[in-house]
Design a binder for this molecule. Structure first.
Ligand code: CA
Ligand code: CA
Ligand code: CA
Length: 303
């Protein structure tokens, strides 16, 4: 039997390696009441032993009284004819392993079952074999033993507003934090985590620009408006006031990045230009301010 299997193993099968007994302290033995010790890393690291993944167990275990135990039909490329294997669902194992000499080994028998502590990697619980009886994966008794793996549960909940941790006694924990974040909404600002959720202060259009003045004969400047990301400036002729309604004598300097604009155009002799600015952002356009009679200045010259 051993010879047959070893030839089979040598016949072109690549081992995934083994992540059992990561600290090399002997945490690789389960105990079967009718088989004795079962070694889940019989060939040492890189050998044909057991590999734990998010989806299940792969590779082989070795029982001193029963020979090789296959944890997956993939070991012998036999899944097409007999799909079996031990699956891993967040640390809870189920399904079957196969031993030529011990028969099927059920990892989730009624009233028992095998689990892996996703935060410590230590196996617990029992599997059942009709021929081998109970197989126990850890014991704190007089002769303590255990199987351990470097596999870990992924506690990342993909929520940046929680700090994720893995505690061997209590499992995954997600603690709300107050980190800065991005709620994906351009019309909220100062986004921050609270209660496990990212949110920000609603952004509306910028307020009216203030402190408009000509800094020299060709340059018009104004003070930055809060939450404005760009500015429009409308120019018109003093003789054509009031402002608006659109086009005509007016000219638009659209979507200026800063708080000034230089105008290379001179007014006709004897006339003068007026300039107005407004702030804009992705959530709206600010006002041009009010006329002396208290009504809003409206012009559609600038988009
Ligand atoms: Ca998180
Ligand atoms: Ca936002
Ligand atoms: Ca604009």
């Amino acid at each position: 039997m051993l010879l047959v299997i070893l030839i089979l193993l040598a016949g072109g099968l690549a081992f995934a390696g083994t992540n059992i007994d990561p600290t090399s302290d002997g945490s690789k033995y389960a105990w079967a009441e009718n088989l004795g010790w079962i070694n889940l890393q019989p060939g040492g690291p890189g050998g044909p032993g057991v590999e734990v993944s998010d989806s299940g167990l792969a590779g082989w275990a070795w029982a001193e009284n029963a020979g090789w135990i296959s944890l997956s039909c993939q070991n012998t490329s036999s899944c097409a004819t007999n799909a079996y294997g031990v699956t891993n669902s967040l640390g809870t194992l189920s399904g079957y392993a196969w031993s030529e000499n011990a028969g099927w080994i059920n990892f989730a028998p009624t009233g028992a079952g095998v689990v892996i502590n996703g935060c410590s990697g230590v196996f617990g619980g029992r599997a059942w074999s009709e021929n081998a009886g109970w197989i126990t994966f850890s014991s704190t008794g007089p002769n303590p033993y255990q199987v351990a793996t470097s596999w870990r549960l992924n506690c990342n909940d993909n929520n940046p507003c929680t700090d994720d941790s893995c505690n061997a006694a209590t499992g995954c924990a997600h603690t709300n934090n107050t980190a800065s974040c991005d709620d994906g909404n351009a019309c909220t600002a100062s986004d921050v985590c609270g209660g496990g959720v990212c949110s920000g202060t609603t952004v509306t259009a910028p307020p009216e620009t203030q402190t408009l003045l000509a800094s020299d004969a060709t340059t018009f400047i104004w003070a930055a408006a809060t939450i404005a990301t760009r500015y429009d400036v409308v120019r018109g002729g003093l003789g054509a006031l009031p402002v608006g309604p659109d086009g005509g004598d007016e000219f638009c300097f659209d979507n200026l990045p800063g708080t000034s604009v230089s105008d290379s155009v001179d007014p006709a002799p004897g006339t003068r230009f007026w300039y107005l600015s407004r702030g804009e952002n992705a959530c709206g356009n600010g006002p041009y301010g009010q006329q002396s009679n208290g009504t809003q200045r409206i012009t559609t010259t600038c988009p």
